[in-house]
Ligand binder design. Structure first.
Ligand code: FPP
Length: 246
């Protein structure tokens, strides 16, 4: 396995984002309920956080629950929310110890207020001291969708220009990005989706404009440190041109 921390080429992606997929199938293959897969999925989250710290990835973001996931059976939605609650309680001190800042982004209006409170206190507990940079930002997208994010940014922009519509003339992509919920996070360099599905599923639609994509067959509960590091190895071979010539 390559030692990414020692590569000087800048080939370690700054921001890795993962669409964690395949928990249900992983459980079904074992004759278990889907929720069994979700709880094993938390172990993969832990492994990817550790692998990010080891390799020098600065931002790790995870698509944990989409807006569309609200349409799953009520029992599964409750279990997923319960898992989130438990994972926050169990992991916060380990995250703090590793210098990881925990953050959550999405439409919180649909979340249980008690979960929102737990999220806010975990974010506060893992916030770095004044003037210090976290080792890693772990960003969990919860009740998130790319279209929702674009729409809420468009509404903000409309409100900001309402008094003087001529301001729209000078609005550029950076002004729009400054109103997305990801405004202070660099766009993902690498987006990984597990479980053999090759789609973006309404995830970071604006932010993925120049991301590299990696679709792997591994089901999320089987995606560990080794798979994460292999993904970085694959990324290091990519030639990013951003529409230009080299
Ligand atoms: C997709 O698998 C996975 C999810 C919808 C949930 C991901 C959540 C976790 C791993 C739990 C906790 C997360 C954190 C950040 C603590 P799927 O159910 O769509 O699988 P399938 O496609 O095989 O049905």
């Amino acid at each position: 396995m390559e030692d990414f921390k020692n590569t000087e080429s800048g080939k370690v992606p700054r921001h890795v984002s993962i669409i964690m997929d395949g928990n249900g199938r992983w459980a079904q293959q074992r004759g278990k309920e889907r929720v069994f897969g979700h709880s094993h999925g938390v172990e993969s989250v832990r492994a990817c956080v550790e692998a990010s710290v080891e390799t020098g990835v600065r931002y790790l973001s995870l698509f944990a629950f989409s807006e569309e996931n609200w349409g799953r059976p009520q029992a599964e939605v409750s279990t997923l929310m319960g898992l989130m609650f438990k994972a926050i309680a169990d992991e916060v001190s380990a995250l703090k110890k590793q210098g990881v800042r925990f953050r959550t982004l999405g439409d919180f209006s649909r979340l249980d207020p008690a979960l929102v409170e737990a999220i806010r206190s975990a974010e506060a507990a893992t916030a770095p001291e004044e003037g210090k940079e976290p080792v890693l930002d772990l960003i969990v997208f919860l009740s998130y969708s790319g279209k929702w994010d674009i729409l809420q940014a468009a509404k903000k922009l409309a409100l900001d220009c309402a008094g003087d519509i001529s301001r729209l003339e000078n609005v550029g992509p950076d002004d729009f990005a400054a109103r997305l919920v990801t405004r202070d996070i660099p766009d993902p360099d690498l987006i990984i989706r597990t479980s053999g599905e090759s789609r973006l599923s309404n995830y970071l639609l604006w932010q993925a404009a120049y991301s590299e994509f990696l679709f792997v067959d591994t089901l999320w509960p089987d995606f560990g440190k080794e798979e994460f590091k292999s993904a970085l190895s694959e990324y290091s071979k990519r030639d990013r041109r951003y529409g230009k010539v080299k």
